[in-house]
Structure formats: structure tokens, C-alpha cells
Design a protein around this ligand. Sequence first.
Ligand code: SF4
Length: 458
Amino acid sequence: MHLPKTPNRGINEHQTSRINRKTGPEARSPLPQLLVSDGSGHVFEIPELLMTGSGFLDPVVPSKDELIPLPYGSDLFELPDRVAIGYDPATEQYVEVHTYKGKPVYPVAAFMAPAYLQLYRSAYLTPEGAVRLPLYCYTAVGWMNGTFYVPAMRIDPDRRQDLELFDLKEIEKRAVERLKQFKGNRLVYHLVENCTLTYGCPAARNFVLGRWECPVPTSAACNAACVGCISEQPPESGIVASHERLQFLPTVDEIVEFTVPHLEKAEWAVVSFGQGCEGEPLMAGPLIEEAIRAIRKRTSRGIININTNASRPEVVDRLCRAGLDSIRVSMNSAQKHFYEAYYQPRQYGFEQVIQTMRLMHRHGRWVSINYLVFPGLTDHPDEIAALSRLIQEVEPDMLQTRNLNIDPHWYIEALALHTLSPQQIGMKRWVELMRKRFPRLKLGYFNPPKEAMQRGEP
Ligand code: SF4
């Protein structure tokens, strides 16, 4: 978003300046009011202004049918150094909001609970020299009739990570039991002490509770250098990684010891290699291959999945022969230049990623794309055309949408997205278009268990 060249300050009682545009929402009322923060985490609404969102570079007022109450389990963030943008219905203009009732205020954003897709980011200006925001997603949020509202939609009905399904007392009790049950197992210790009890990771909590999808981190190394990597950041990025990367290579026995009982007993059982707290699992190919063989000797129940950058088709081929059931391939863009600008792959390229998906398809295994969504790029006609070609070519079973966790300003700069033409169709229409164009492609968020893997079902 650009700072206007000649800001006009001092409108009403909130010190604001008008954005040099005059566009209005079609439906004005009732719409949520703008939320701001006082710089100390105290969030409040400005009744004279409507909330805005950012579909790409310019602010918009989300329409009523794009808004839902803030999902339970979401967080609110105050965005330091930035300038909020509201919409003044009295003047029909977007305005910068620097202060309110004489005191400085800052923009607010929501970090939404899992399974929700954002339609607009928070709209604000990022002045030169502003600190970089940490690796979260910054969705627009407003206030109406005593409720927070976000422009978003639930993309997956699966409730496996809904906060209301986690009883924290029960988790603590079961965590202690797990440590006793798998005494001396370093990977279980990591999943319990670090992931469950320190970070509150929902996947690790589900392992502790013996249900659904169980995470299996294995690799400390990676062959990419994603701009927004959540487990490793160089000092010059100015931010810290949000996850601590696994520091040891587990043994086959450590993996098998807890994954087999999970697959045998858990409802909708999935075990997944490749987690946010590790590097790239294909870097630990021989270990995973041996572990899959050992697991499948003991049980044929459930799904063995890998979340990966799909950089090594030859390794994935071996994993399939060992018994891998499904793969989730991460990508931020179906356009090679944007993919490579973000992943900064070492010794592989976009071609290998495509090759891996084709190979999984040949093996008759489930393929999901973990599509890192960024309004502005995702809903741009060039990206839609590239993604459509890719879907036609590799025929994935599922498109899992993930809100990209990154400072939007940083992402736009790193990928030079400001060069994109302003032809975005909007995220809501993007979802409708994908559903219409690819009725057999599942849209969702989570790796499906065997019971939900009906191919050809919309
Ligand atoms: S592929 Fe994963 S671990 Fe590797 S740099 Fe990217 S986000 Fe980080």
C-alpha cells in the first residue's frame, strides 16, 4: 500500500489523512467499524470509520457476504510502526488514521484459527524503516454489534484443530502418560515437551490425545531457503523463526514405537512426516523409507503421509514403493519465477516438483497441493491460468489452501509483486471459480484420512 503524496491531516476528531482515491463500498451499512490499538495492546473501535481490508495494494471495504464472526481460537495483533486505513462513509473516502482523540493508534489484524481462508489482509501503510512483522498472517478485522468480524471463509469442515475440541487439563494428563509409555524416546519427548506443552501445537496435542493426524518430524536439513521459512531465518532477515527446528535425527525404532500404536488405534488415523518444526523430510529419505517399511510390516491401517517441497522425485519413488499413501506438496505459486523467488531452491527446480506429483499419480497415491495463498497473487489471472494448467497436467486430488504467514510488504518486495497488473478477481470469486472449473478437486485444509479419500467427489 502506498503513502499518499500530499496527506490532508486533521479530519474530525481523529487525526487522519485522506487516501488519494475515491471509491466506495456498494453496501455501506451495517458494516463493521475500524479497529485500532493504542500501542499497548488495548484494541478498540472507531465508530466514525468502517473497517477496510487489502485485496492487494489498495484498500477496499469488505462486503457483508465476505464477512464472518472471528473464529474461536484466533488471535489479534497490533501492528507496530504502521498506519491504519479506515473508510469514512461521511466523505466517501479512505483515510489514514494516525491518532484518535489526540492519542496515537495503530492497525490491528487477526491471525485466524486453522481451516479458515482469508479474503483480505489488514489494510495499513508501512512507512520506510518500519520493523518487519513476524511470520504470521495478518487478516483484516473489524467490530460490529459486540462481535469481531473478519473477511474469511471456512475452507474445511474437518474440526481436528478447532480449539474447543482441546481440553487443556486432559492434554496435560495425557502428556505425562505419553512420556511414561514411550520412556527414552527422544522424538516423543520432543513432541510432548516442546510441541505440545511449550508451543501448544494442535497436531502434537492430537498425538497426545491419541486421535486423528499425528506429526512425525525427522529432518534438521533443508534444500530450500524460503523467504518466510518458519523454522530457520538468517540474522539479516530481522525476524526470528516462529518454530524451533528439530536438532537430532531420530532412529527408525523411535519413529515406529509411537506411530504404529497411533495408526492401529486412532480414529481417522494419519501419520505425517514433514512438520513446521523441521527442515525438508526428503533430506532424511533413507530413514523415512526404512521407517515406512517397518510400520507397514506391523499395520496396514491408516494413512502414511508426507508434507514436503517435493524436490526429490527419486526419493519419493522409493517411499511409494515402501508404502507411502499420500503427499502434500507446498507451493506459493504455480508460476516458476514466483515459486523460485520464494523457495530459493538449491539443486532442484520447479520441474522436479511437478515430476514428483506426476510420479505419485502414476503410483495411484493421493496428491494434495499445499497452496500458500496471498490475495493479490493467488487471485491474479496469470496465477489462476498457471494453476489451472498445473491442475490439468498433474491432476492432484486436493488443493489445501494455507494463508501465507509473512509480512505482506516483505513478500511483495521479495517477489516484485508490485509489477502485477491490477486485475485480481478477489478471493471469494477465486474459490467459486476453482470449484466450478475443477468439480472433482477437493478444496480444503487438512490431510484427509482414508475414510475421506473419495476421489471424484466434489
Ligand atoms: S522447504 Fe520448509 S524447511 Fe525448507 S526453507 Fe522452505 S519452509 Fe523452511
